[in-house]
Design a protein around this ligand. Sequence first.
Ligand SMILES: Nc1nc2c(ncn2[C@@H]2O[C@H](COP(=O)(O)OP(=O)(O)O)[C@@H](O)[C@H]2O)c(=O)[nH]1
Ligand SMILES: [Mg+2]
Length: 363
Amino acid sequence: MVDLEVCGGEWKPARTLVLVGRTGNGKSKTGNSIITTLNSMMGKQPKKPPFASKYSATGVTQECKLETTEFEGREINVIDTPGLFDLQMETEFIAKELGRCLTMAKDGIDAVLLIFSVRSRLTAEEKSALINIRSIFGSNVVNHIIVVFTNGDALESDGQTLDDYLTDDCPEFLKELLSVCDNRMVLFNNNSSDREQRETQVKELLQLVEKAVEHNGGATYTDELHQKIKKLNAQFEKEEEEIKSLNAHSNLSREELLDRLQKATGKHCDQIMLAVNAHIIKTRQRMEMQAAKERAERIKAEKEAEKERERFKNEQKKMMEEAARQRENDRKAAEREEQRLREQNKALQKALDEKKSRSCRIL
Ligand SMILES: Nc1nc2c(ncn2[C@@H]2O[C@H](COP(=O)(O)OP(=O)(O)O)[C@@H](O)[C@H]2O)c(=O)[nH]1
Ligand SMILES: [Mg+2]
């Protein structure tokens, strides 16, 4: 909770940011940059970075983790996720972690930070990760996406800017994404030891978060699934309370109470898994149906275009045949005319010759 006395009594709504993207793109490291920089800007004692990054002692992120800090009177929640949308991820794992992530984001998600690295090529795998994000979170998630490019230091050492990088080699899917998410993007150098640079990039990110919030009229990202999970969580909390209150009002043993609590927790986890799984299956089916519909429309349009091309070709052929016929007729008419003139000439010559011989005879 934000300490209202420290921040001068001004209350601002919390912001919840979720880091997503392919494993190795720098999600955890970016999460650490955000948290440690905000803490240092608020004058807090430096602590161990909260998220496990690739070469940290604890290895790569295995499960979603929430870290909360505050900045200028606002609670900032950062949720790091494992590479949920990597190609090889099992649906069951995605369901479990998505359930955890949505449970952690109890007040909704303000911004989804989609992490790309300028060091790795933006391949088909990145594109499919984006398709997966859209299919699982729903297509209105783009209203909350902020694209974060990590490894800014690699560009710095080449003397390049983010714009240069995007002008040189920006795949179509990223151009489309940036245009639908209002060009919300930022470059992070997570290895920078320059305090000013670290602060500038985090501030820039928070400004983009505010831009997204404004764009969404203050509404957080939430959908049917999020609502369902909230309901299940509320039910569980009630059940948990009831079991705990039995402690005072019944003569159940501590073991029996713990057993009930464990069973309720297990049931709750199963319900969340089921809800997320059902959601994933439903959205995937919806996307497949949509893709099949688009495919059928494309085939129909192609067939119509082919018909049109055929019609045009036939018309052209007819016109050419007609022109050839006309040329042939003209040629024949010219021939006839030539023949007629030749005969006329001949007749004239003959008449002239006769006239000549007659005059000779008279003489
Ligand atoms: N040089 C540099 N390395 C980075 C940067 N961001 C992340 N990394 C490194 O990239 C690797 C993967 O980062 P990590 O945060 O674990 O990726 P995740 O799997 O997406 O969480 C780690 O070795 C990080 O230290 C950056 O901006 N610059
Ligand atoms: Mg990680």
